[in-house]
Design a protein around this ligand. Structure first.
Ligand SMILES: [Zn+2]
Length: 374
């Protein structure tokens, strides 16, 4: 009997056990959807599964050195992936069209660069820009490669599958209705609800759990590379990460500036010093929707902490929270803070929809954050 051993953090053992027993019993589904919060290692698990399926070792899989395993680890084997791209990247001509000697980047070059980034650090939450999406062309180029198939098992990881636009999702649904033999789709998403119900229902759902705080620390240090400053992994950063090494890495870079801005955001909104606040927002350049919403996550944490402070409960970000000095604003009670939290959530959805610029949304939020409680 073939033994399967997939590697990963202990908190996610249950998901791996489900995968391993399906593999062992030779009943692995042809389409699987791994979901869970951003930055917790869904792509990592997808790669472990791809390797295990493609491995041909007679005893122990994934062995790490057979042809199938090596293909799964090779960023040049771009057939094994579908990744979101910017419109101009996805339009880049195929390598056949590029004149000899031309340095023009092709769609394959972009794809390879993304796969390399994922393989280097699968936890990262900022590999793809906010505007990157999976177009119908990307789905079609995947299905066109099915024609050149041999007998060997083929796995295709579709990273951040919720980023398929409507026509891509419909094209993919057709593929799912009749999956070619020896072909396995492994989809990952942190926004399951944004995907077509008809796609979701055709995939086995595998829910991945966040890591423990200790695991977050050790995983970050393992993947971050030598230039990473361990001191930037403060308790506030671990608290903000909520079990996600990808978010911990991201906040290790931004938390200091954003905690300060969040505290100013609250105080200036309460004082009505909007001009000052607008200037500061401009300096912090939160124009990217992704960054703006991660900042708003920090602001939500702060507001929740201010509620805890009023209830004399332990704080998650004591330094930032006490710096606000909420006792100077006696009219701000629990209701005011709860309403402020709702306003932040609403602003996050508005920024996500991208109908209004992120900086405009942040300005509007500061105006209405404590409406009627100043
Ligand atoms: Zn192998």
């Amino acid at each position: 009997m073939i033994e399967y051993t997939l590697h990963g953090p202990a908190s996610q053992e249950r998901a791996r056990i489900r995968v391993m027993s399906a593999l062992r019993e030779n009943r692995f589904p042809q389409a699987i959807l791994i979901d869970g919060p951003a930055g917790i290692g869904k792509k990592w698990l997808a790669m472990e599964i791809a390797k295990s399926l493609q491995c041909t070792d007679p005893n122990m899989r994934p062995c790490g050195h057979c042809f199938g395993c090596r293909m799964a680890d090779d960023s040049g084997a771009t057939d094994g992936w579908v990744v979101p791209m910017e419109a101009d990247e996805a339009r880049a001509r195929s390598s056949d069209d590029v004149a000899p000697g031309s340095k023009a980047k092709t769609i394959e070059d972009f794809k390879k660069a993304y796969i390399e980034e994922i393989q280097k650090n699968p936890y990262r939450v900022d590999i793809f820009s906010a505007g990157a999406y999976i177009s119908v062309d990307l789905i079609r180029s995947m299905t066109s490669s099915f024609a050149m198939k041999g007998d060997r098992i083929r796995t295709i990881i579709i990273a951040e599958a919720d980023r398929m636009n409507e026509s891509a999702a419909n094209a993919f649904l057709k593929t799912l209705e009749d999956v070619p033999a020896n072909t396995y789709f492994i989809l990952t998403t942190s926004s399951r609800e944004k995907m077509l119900q008809t796609i979701r229902s055709r995939c086995l759902a595998l829910h991945l759990l966040p890591l423990s705080d200790d695991e977050v620390r050790s995983e970050v240090l393992r993947v971050a590379g030598e230039e990473f400053d361990e001191a930037s992994l403060t308790d506030d950063v671990i608290g903000l990460a909520v079990g996600s090494p990808g978010k911990a890495l991201y906040y290790a870079e931004h938390a200091k500036a954003w905690c300060k801005l969040a505290s100013d955001f609250v105080v200036f909104s309460l004082r009505g010093s909007y001009t000052e606040l607008f200037m500061q927002l401009k300096e912090t350049s939160l124009d990217e929707a992704y960054d703006a919403n991660r900042f708003l996550e920090v602001l939500s944490f702060l507001l929740a902490d201010l509620l805890r402070e009023q209830a004399n409960a332990p704080l998650r970000m004591p330094e930032t929270t006490t710096a606000v000095g909420l006792s100077n604003f006696p009219r701000v009670d629990a209701t005011a803070l709860e309403l402020a939290l709702v306003a932040v959530q609403e602003t996050m959805s508005r920024i996500e929809s991208r109908r209004v610029s992120a900086s405009m949304c942040l300005q509007n939020l500061s105006l209405k954050l404590f409406e009627g409680y100043k």
